[in-house]
Design a protein around this ligand. Structure first.
Ligand SMILES: CC(C)(COP(=O)(O)OP(=O)(O)OC[C@H]1O[C@@H](n2cnc3c(N)ncnc32)[C@H](O)[C@@H]1OP(=O)(O)O)[C@@H](O)C(=O)NCCC(=O)NCCS
Length: 323
């Protein structure tokens, strides 16, 4: 049964979701209503008027030429689902049915370059089967590392002799573009990244902006004087945009990590991340978040050994039509 629920019923559902999330994963934040939603009522209510699930849909159109288009489609439809339980699969299933009807009425949701996305807590396993049944695929993970968590680098440390890590500067634009493109090309195998005609230019412009800072949060690894890898991050004062995703604060964000194909598996990545973690711990970050492709066979085990674990999983389908 569905209809416009009373404000109190929605608030009761929000509180039930908050309790459920805390029991599942202590790093999850309290649920909060996202900004700029389309305003469509997606609430699912029980016969006694209780809200068992509700969701907020946001429509986004990415500007042509934006680097954002490497990570997402031109037209994006994002659902923020709140499922109170106790039957999580059933509540989420009904919510997705309502969202499917909503998307079916949006003309640009049928465009080839469109996508539907649901960010779901990685440990909320009661929803996984239903997400799969609606044709959504778990493409991207937001992983979290609490400050001080140790790296398991025992197998690669011995191989890092002769490696130099240094902060990047204005002369490193070419190196960052090249390393950024290697990361994009590799991640393009896994469904969420698309290398577009202007992706290299976008990476170059982004590198110019980043390196214009007095102390850029970007480090390069060099082997025999040649660049081998890079890591780029945002300290807490620049990562406010990602803070609502996690309970611990302040939060930092690890944005890019790339090692050139010929030197992968030789400890360069571990050395870069060890260096970055020292900087982040000194900057007072309680937690660091990053995105990685779920299906990338290098990044999932690598980040786990670096102390990161899944917090949110982004379930996606292109074009933006649910099964
Ligand atoms: C993920 C990545 C940054 C890790 O950097 P790296 O320098 O390869 O990492 P390390 O050498 O420190 O550790 C890599 C681990 O993979 C193993 N490995 C073995 N062969 C490998 C290969 N051909 N390529 C990569 N890793 C390999 C390493 O041995 C090591 O594991 P171990 O504990 O079994 O020894 C790097 O592989 C990379 O740039 N991948 C492509 C782009 C990408 O996925 N970026 C991350 C986006 S989130």
């Amino acid at each position: 049964m569905s209809g416009t629920p009373a404000r109190e019923a929605t608030e009761a559902a929000r509180q039930a979701v908050a309790r459920r999330w805390q029991a599942i994963d202590p790093l999850l934040p309290d649920p909060s209503e996202p900004a700029k939603t389309c305003g469509t009522d997606l609430a699912v209510t029980s016969a006694d008027g209780r809200v068992v699930a509700t969701g907020y849909c946001r429509h986004m159109h990415v500007r042509p030429g934006s680097l954002e288009l490497a990570w997402g489609a031109a037209s994006q439809f994002a659902l923020t689902p709140w499922v109170a339980g106790p039957d999580v699969g059933n509540g989420l299933g009904q919510l997705l049915e309502r969202w499917r009807s909503h998307l079916a009425r949006q003309q640009d949701a049928a465009d080839e370059d469109s996508e539907a996305m649901v960010r779901w807590p990685s440990r909320d396993v009661g929803g996984v089967r239903v997400l799969l049944e609606h044709g959504l695929r778990p493409l991207t993970v937001v992983a979290a590392r609490a400050a001080g968590r140790a790296i398991d680098g025992s197998t690669v440390r011995a191989r890092t002799a002769g490696l130099r890590i240094r902060r990047a500067g204005e002369g490193d634009v070419d190196a960052l573009e090249r390393l950024g493109m290697e990361m994009m090309r590799y991640d393009a195998h896994f469904g969420s990244v698309t290398v577009r005609d202007d992706t290299a230019l976008g990476l170059r412009q982004s590198a110019v902006r980043t390196l214009a800072a007095a102390q850029p949060w970007t480090w390069l690894a060099e082997r025999d004087g040649e660049e081998a890898g890079m890591v780029q991050a945002e300290p807490p004062e620049a990562a406010g945009w990602v803070a609502p995703l996690v309970r611990a604060q302040p939060v930092a964000y690890l944005g890019e990590m790339s090692v050139l194909p010929g030197v992968r598996g030789a400890g360069v990545g571990t050395a870069l991340v060890e260096h970055l973690h020292r900087e982040l711990d000194a900057a007072g970050a309680a937690v660091t978040l990053l995105h990685h492709a779920q299906l990338n066979p290098l990044s999932a085990p690598f980040w786990n050994r670096m102390g990161y674990r899944p917090l949110w999983t982004s379930w996606e389908v292109r074009p933006a039509r649910l099964s």
